[in-house]
Design a protein around this ligand. Structure first.
Ligand code: UDP
Ligand code: MG
Length: 335
């Protein structure tokens, strides 16, 4: 028997969650029929939702043995949610997907067909269009991938998503990356392994709203650059060298000019310009350094990536319906 864990990070998803549950069980029930060796578990991560997501998960957990969830003590972000899911998934295969049906469960059988023989370690989808997204957002996204792939050794595929069907081996490799500043698109590609891309047209959310604002995405893209490239540090050094060089040339010109033509007070605007330019450059370089330093600072604190407050197991226990399955650490001991 092979267990497939479906990991689903959820943040304020009360509108789509019941729809998602119906959809995913429909697809996985069919898969279990077609491939008798497969069993499924659904591991929802409630990322500090402020709506009824947790209540929905609780009732699903009481109704369906296969449903497990981990509820965070606050909103830790999708990256932490995915990490918690991968860490607690017991499956031989792990699927990561969004709750909003933008990652159509209908792809699962095809994904499994690539991964099952071990030919690929991971099957994932790639959006070929950004239909339904604003023009400016798509433009920035495309530019981001272009810059990112120029300055980083890790390839980040444009349109690649966090919708993945992975082998246990790949999941373990990802779990070995315990960094605090997580940028999954980079992590998935950094660990390597054979990845099969399935191309598809973008699907819009049936309900609820995206929790990514433009500013949020912008910050996330900077995070990605910082996490997978040190090019900005090089740029800042180059800028520093360039401005020093310019200043040196200007110095010579000024000295020569003073010797040849005597003192000239009319140079005031030039001086102001130079001061502005140089201090601007200095601030920029210090800023870039500071960004990296702050990331290092956070990493060295070794804070947990997430804090769990409630799990399906603990909830079932409390409601007198202890789950038949063993807690993850007990299961490990019996292996
Ligand atoms: N999500 C999360 N924590 C967050 C933000 C989002 O777990 O802080 C989940 C969300 O519930 C959804 C997935 O991440 O399942 C993708 O979020 P969203 O649809 O808002 O992003 P988009 O599809 O617009 O990139
Ligand atoms: Mg979405």
């Amino acid at each position: 028997m092979k267990l497939v864990s479906v990991v689903v990070p959820c943040y304020n998803e009360q509108e789509v969650l019941p729809m998602f549950y119906d959809e995913i069980t429909k697809v996985t029930d069919q898969m279990a029929k077609d491939h008798p060796e497969l069993t499924f578990e659904y591991l929802f991560i409630n990322d500090g939702s402020k709506d009824n997501t947790l209540e929905i998960l609780r009732s699903l957990a009481l109704k369906d043995e296969r449903v497990r969830y981990i509820s965070f003590s606050r909103n830790f972000g999708k990256e932490s949610g995915m990490y918690a899911g991968l860490e607690n998934a017991k499956g031989d295969y792990v699927v990561v997907m969004d709750a909003d049906l933008q990652h159509p469960p209908a792809f699962l059988p095809e994904m499994y067909s690539y991964v099952k023989d071990g030919e690929y370690d991971c099957a994932t989808t790639r959006r070929v269009s950004r239909k339904g997204e604003s023009k400016i957002r798509s433009w920035f996204a495309r530019k981001f991938y272009k810059i990112m792939n120029k300055i980083s050794q890790t390839e980040i595929v444009d349109g690649a998503q966090d919708f993945r069907f992975m082998s246990r081996q790949m999941v373990d490799a990802i779990l070995d990356m315990t960094e605090y500043n997580r940028f999954s698109k980079g992590i998935f590609s950094w660990v390597g392994f054979n990845t099969r891309y399935i191309e598809y047209e973008n699907v819009e959310r049936p309900a609820g709203t995206s929790s990514w604002s433009f500013w949020g995405l912008f910050k996330y893209s900077l995070e990605g650059i910082m996490a997978f490239s040190t090019a900005p540090l090089v740029i800042s050094s180059l800028l520093g060298i360039l401005s020093c060089f310019t200043a040196f040339i200007l110095m010579i010109i000024t000295v020569v000019k003073t010797i040849a033509f005597g003192e000239d007070v009319a140079g005031y605007p030039t001086i102001v310009c130079i001061i502005f330019l140089l201090s601007g450059l200095q601030l920029l370089c210090t800023g870039i350094l500071g960004q990296y330093l702050s990331k290092t600072y956070l990493e060295t604190k070794h804070r947990p990536i997430y804090i769990s407050k409630e799990t399906a197991e603990s909830y079932r226990e409390k409601n007198g319906k202890p789950s038949a399955e063993k807690a993850p650490d007990e299961a490990d001991e019996n292996k």
